[in-house]
Design a protein around this ligand. Structure first.
Ligand SMILES: [Zn+2]
Length: 358
């Protein structure tokens, strides 16, 4: 008897599902005049947004994108403004999540392939110096797992709870196999990061001031790390660098070697190189005419009440003047800007994306 009831219930459910689907299909087949009008007015094949929608959401895909720079995490009393307590880091994540910021990868930032929801602002996380408090592995029952309460662990747990936040971050490392320390080999550590959706960048072999280095030494400092990462994670494309202490090589000619160079018979290429601090050019998207890929700005992940030049200061500015923020239209294939901003788009970096003004 139980079986018969079960079969009846199952048949009822299946019929209900089928009915539901046919209703959905019918709805889809009915021409939606509102949507068609919207499509025509924004002249886009994908986006269904009208100019009114753009204005209401204050869409501006040339607005500022915070690129946050972290170093080590500590439990309490950070020795300098470069370290962050774990509690403060967790609060950063919550603040950003609650205030409509969403994590994007370095690659998507560089290529302006921005897929956050309409009305939201992308944010990029970077961690320098290969610190164990940012990432390391421990052995648990013979298996390698992420060390509890390191930045990667915190990010992964936060992303599990808030699946729409994302968990992208780039870890900029120096030379030597002791990066991140902890359990596992150098290769196992780097592989874990890449296999779990994180990125690895170049912070030069010996963390020296690049203004003091010759052409040969610059290429050695970059090439050695590039080679080691590529050897550890085959097929991985290292494409970003952070200058130690934020200091760039002295001349334009030497700076070009940060982007393209050769060491030990192997060529390397970096799409982007970051300084410390938000100094000019401002925190613009890479398609802005003023964006300098070899002088890319970052915000220190800190409150900094003094000069307002750290993340906390900027986030406060954005609360008062939200129009400064990059606000997405929710469609990665279009670049939507207020009409007066169009002149600031670097058309060479736009690729096949469609520019829409309103
Ligand atoms: Zn550093």
């Amino acid at each position: 008897m139980k079986k018969i009831i079960y079969i009846f219930v199952l048949m009822f459910l299946l019929t209900a599902c089928a009915n539901d689907q046919s209703v959905k299909q019918n709805t889809n087949n009915v021409p939606n005049t509102v949507n068609t009008e919207k499509e025509a007015s924004s002249d886009s094949t994908k986006s269904l947004m009208t100019n009114d929608d753009y204005a209401r959401l204050k869409v501006n895909e040339l607005g500022e994108i915070p690129v946050v720079m972290y170093h080590a995490l500590v439990d309490e009393n950070p020795p300098t403004s470069y370290q962050r307590t774990r509690t403060a880091f967790k609060n950063d994540l919550q603040y950003l999540y609650d205030n409509k910021y969403r994590l994007i990868s370095m690659n998507d930032f560089v290529n302006h392939n921005i897929k956050v929801e309409a009305g939201y602002t992308p944010v990029v996380f970077t961690f320098d110096d290969g610190e164990p408090s940012d990432f390391s592995l421990v052995e648990n029952d013979g298996k390698l797992v992420v060390a509890p309460d390191c930045a990667v662990d915190i990010l992964e747990k936060f992303a599990l709870k808030n699946t729409d936040f994302g968990k992208s971050a780039t870890f900029f490392i120096n030379g030597g196999e002791s990066q991140f320390k902890g359990a596992g080999t150098y290769k196992e550590r780097l592989k874990y990061l890449v296999d779990n959706g994180f990125d690895i960048g170049n912070h030069t072999y010996s963390h020296s001031e690049m203004s003091k280095l010759s052409a040969g030494k610059i290429q050695e400092e970059i090439g050695k790390v590039d080679e080691a990462i590529k050897k550890a994670v085959s097929g991985y494309n290292v494409s970003a660098l952070t200058y130690p202490f934020g200091i760039r090589p002295k001349t334009d000619e030497l700076r070009q070697l940060v982007q393209n160079g050769e060491y030990n018979g192997a060529k390397y290429h970096n799409d982007i190189a970051f300084r410390e601090g938000p100094s000019m050019p401002k925190l613009l998207p890479t398609i802005h005419v003023k964006y300098d890929m070899l002088n890319a700005p970052r915000l220190r992940g800190n409150e900094d009440e003094k000069d307002g030049n750290d993340m906390g200061g900027y986030l406060k500015k954005y609360e008062k003047t939200p129009e400064r923020r990059y606000i997405s239209d929710g469609d990665a294939s279009t670049i939507v800007v207020p009409v007066n901003e169009e002149v600031n788009i670097n058309k060479e970096r736009v690729g096949d994306k469609k520019i829409v003004t309103y």
